[in-house]
Design a protein around this ligand. Structure first.
Ligand SMILES: Cc1cc2nc3c(=O)[nH]c(=O)nc-3n(C[C@H](O)[C@H](O)[C@H](O)COP(=O)(O)OP(=O)(O)OC[C@H]3O[C@@H](n4cnc5c(N)ncnc54)[C@H](O)[C@@H]3O)c2cc1C
Length: 414
């Protein structure tokens, strides 16, 4: 279907090359479209949300909209790894623990995505010994048969989708900050995408996936108020106690894990730095993506200290918190009030169905990247996503309009 691209004219222009934009560019190129992927900073930079060594993928979700998307994403992760010829996803079990009366924990068990385990059941896996479950807490693990748990190498995965997109003919340009998206005057006019250096590109369609910058860009492009708040968060690595190193590895079967309660904590098996394990706290303080305090959270009373307290209570025999985390890496999550994604057409400037936005992935989007990318590409190219419909992903849940007259969006319904 693709018309041969001219230097400045494409079927689809994707703005923002994090995991979502890279996957969207790949999906649009695989469709046969001519694609331009524009990134404001250097490719694979560390100033957004998609960089780093690892992300968890898990089938456990408290809301029913997501498991179908996880299943779709896993099919697409498999396809991409096969096409690339290398792996970015290591399968692991997933383990949950939290206060017995925590609503989110109970919802995950109730909807069948997690199976509650008796505290010291005979069939408990060997790795369960690493956790000292606090009084009044319960534990659950994902249904292993689903095979949907694992650790994804984050930066490697973004690079993989960029490489696959380029292999299919997509043009990938970094250091190209988009400052405006507009409809060219006249009927059937193309979408004009302008950069801060004064360049102009023309696209039949445009997909905007700019992460923490979505609120500012959409406001300046169409006046849309997108209720997405960026928060500064920290990835922390801790020393495994001597003699325990192998027990906490993916090879030994150690799971990814999530802990419910007043604060959410999560971790992945020891993989990227031998002898260290990633254990972090979800969320963090609000931040401005253009004016960040990179040091927040590492000092006394900060996020790292809260993680240390959780480790001392829950994994005291296996992880050493003396001296704090060995490594801390800052990152941003982009939170919507209901923590649901935004996947929608962008109204305004007579865009019709030609401009699509994906934003507000609320700290749990990475695993869904290939599914989101394919859905956004189909919405842009076809006006709707047949893949979402086939997979049972209900897109009405992710519309921007859910916030009109209701600042909490979908949150009112759970
Ligand atoms: C510490 C941490 C842990 C996480 N853990 C998990 C997890 O375990 N599992 C999971 O599923 N998810 C997880 N997430 C969430 C997941 O990483 C994000 O949902 C996902 O990376 C969001 O990707 P994105 O492409 O929307 O944003 P980004 O990666 O930020 O990409 C947006 C891109 O747009 C570019 N851009 C911005 N403005 C412009 C412009 N004007 N012109 C051109 N380019 C522009 C930016 O530079 C950036 O590269 C985690 C997030 C963090 C921070």
């Amino acid at each position: 279907m693709a018309a041969p691209p001219t230097e400045r004219s494409f079927d689809v222009i994707v703005v923002g090359a994090g995991i979502m934009g890279s996957c969207a560019a790949h999906a649009a190129a695989a469709w046969g479209a001519s694609v331009l992927l524009l990134e404001r900073f250097d490719l694979l930079h560390q100033r957004g949300s998609s960089h780093g060594e690892s992300r968890t993928t898990r089938p456990i979700y408290t809301r029913p909209q997501y498991p179908p998307m996880v299943r779709l994403a896993h099919r697409l992760w498999d396809d991409a790894q096969r096409d690339a010829g290398y792996a970015v996803l290591t399968p692991t079990p997933h383990f949950n623990l939290g206060p017995r009366d925590d609503p989110a924990f109970l919802a995950a068990v109730a909807n069948g995505s997690a199976i509650e385990l008796a505290p010291s059941s005979a069939d408990a896996p060997a790795w369960a010994e690493a956790f000292r479950v606090p009084q009044g807490w319960a534990v659950a693990r994902s249904e292993l048969g689903l095979g949907l748990g694992g650790v994804i190498k984050a930066t490697k995965a973004v690079a993989m989708f960029q490489a696959l997109a380029a292999k299919m003919g997509a043009v990938v340009r970094d250091r190209a900050e988009v400052v405006d998206v507009a409809r060219k005057q006249g009927e059937g006019g193309t979408i004009v995408v302008k950069t801060s250096s004064g360049e102009e590109f023309h696209g039949g369609k445009c997909i905007i996936t700019v992460g923490a910058w979505a609120t500012k860009l959409l406001k300046s492009v169409t006046g849309t108020d997108l209720p997405v708040q960026s928060v500064h968060t920290l990835v922390c690595y801790w020393k495994v106690k001597p003699g325990r190193e192998h027990e906490l590895t993916a090879e030994a079967g150690f799971p990814t894990f999530g802990s419910y309660g007043d604060h959410g904590f999560y971790g992945t098996p020891s993989m990227e730095y031998p002898g260290l394990i990633k254990i972090s706290k979800s969320g963090g303080p609000p931040c401005d993506p253009d004016g960040r305090d990179w040091a927040i959270g590492t000092g006394a009373g900060g996020m790292a200290e809260l993680v240390a307290r959780w480790i001392d209570e829950v994994m005291p025999g296996h992880v050493d918190t003396t001296g704090g985390p060995v490594l801390c890496q800052p990152c941003m999550c982009c939170m919507t009030p209901d923590q649901d994604f935004v996947l929608d057409f962008l109204n305004g400037k007579e865009f019709g169905r030609d401009v699509v936005v994906g934003a507000g992935f609320s700290g749990h989007g990475f695993k869904m990247g290939p599914a989101v990318g394919k859905i956004l590409a189909e919405m842009a190219l076809d006006g709707e996503s047949g893949t979402a419909a086939e997979a049972g992903v209900e897109l009405s849940h992710f519309r921007i309009g859910r916030f009109e007259g209701n600042p909490k969006g979908n949150a009112k319904s759970f």
